[in-house]
Design a protein around this ligand. Structure first.
Ligand code: CAA
Length: 258
């Protein structure tokens, strides 16, 4: 998989996607987001791949949407092209788990991209922010909605209205990220987490992803009912029989995604 703005590597059952526009701190332009959508589709369709890690460089996960590309656009151009809408939705269309490994800046669209992954592991130097207010605009790929659900209204308003950055400690304390690790450990830690996810039943991991995401889309009552029904449905899989037999027989399960 050869791209201009991404480096994609597959090792065993885990794919690592690196955003690679160092000259612009991985700012998200049409080319990068188009390539990312293509890579995610191919990895989702690739039976060998069971979990995906998305990362940037040590200096920047991504410093936001590309301001040079956007600055001269008109409302009509932005609206009719649904600027970044369908490319960004490619993360939501991916059914395999995606882990964001964030070092350095994750600003604007970069923070939004990380939040569209299934969970975020960040390095001690990570800086999250939604500084679009400084450009006279608002977040455009879900920041006002997702950050509010992650960290609550007060902190989300603070971030969006003042444009201030949140460091790794605050991000972990607020529930934006699941773990903070030293910079050098970021990719190894994310790959180890991905290998752990990849060792589970692929059917069950897809179901977990669907259930947790449902928590953001529906009422508690409907979400709990949805979870109960798919919990019941997993008893139709061979992997449920294997997982429970393995526990009772005190051995490691051999999942076959059936
Ligand atoms: N778009 C385009 N280019 C960018 C960029 C962006 N979002 N962020 C950084 N760059 C470029 C800079 O223009 C610079 O390029 P040149 O060397 O050619 O001038 C290069 O990356 C390095 O950046 P800096 O020299 O600014 O590096 P720094 O270490 O001094 O500062 C920074 C780093 C604080 C991240 C600063 O670059 C910055 O504030 N970037 C913009 C952040 C931002 O506003 N993001 C939101 C974008 S809008 C958005 O994302 C909307 C949405 O929701 C979809």
């Amino acid at each position: 998989m050869a791209y201009q703005t991404l480096i994609v590597e597959i090792e065993d059952s885990v794919a690592l996607i690196r955003l690679n526009r160092p000259e612009a701190l991985n700012a998200l332009n049409s080319e990068l987001l188009g390539e990312l959508a293509d890579a995610l589709k191919q990895l989702d369709d690739n039976d060998k791949v069971r979990c995906i890690v998305l990362t940037g460089s040590e200096k920047a996960f991504a410093a936001g949407a590309d301001i040079k590309e956007m600055s001269e656009k008109s409302f009509v151009e932005m609206y009719t092209s649904d600027f970044f809408g369908s490319e960004a939705d490619s993360l939501l269309r991916t059914r395999k788990p995606i882990i964001a490994a964030v070092a350095g800046y994750a600003l604007g669209g970069g923070c939004e991209l990380a939040m569209m992954c299934d969970f975020i592991i960040c390095a001690e130097n990570a800086k999250f922010g939604q500084p679009e207010i400084n450009l006279g605009v608002v977040a455009g790929i879900g920041g006002t909605q997702r950050l509010t659900r992650f960290v609550g209204k007060s902190k989300s308003m603070d971030m969006h209205l003042t444009g201030r950055f949140m460091d790794a400690t605050e991000a972990e304390r607020s529930g934006l990220v699941s773990r903070v690790v030293p910079v050098a450990q970021l990719v190894p830690e994310a790959l180890a987490a991905a290998r752990k996810v990849a060792s589970k039943s692929a059917v069950a991991t897809m179901v977990v992803k669907e259930c947790v995401n449902r928590a953001y889309e529906t009422t508690l009552r409907e979400g709990v009912l949805f979870e109960r029904r798919v919990f019941h449905a997993l008893f139709a899989t061979e992997d449920q029989k294997e997982g429970m037999s393995a526990f009772l027989e005190k051995r490691e399960p051999q999942f076959r995604d059936k």
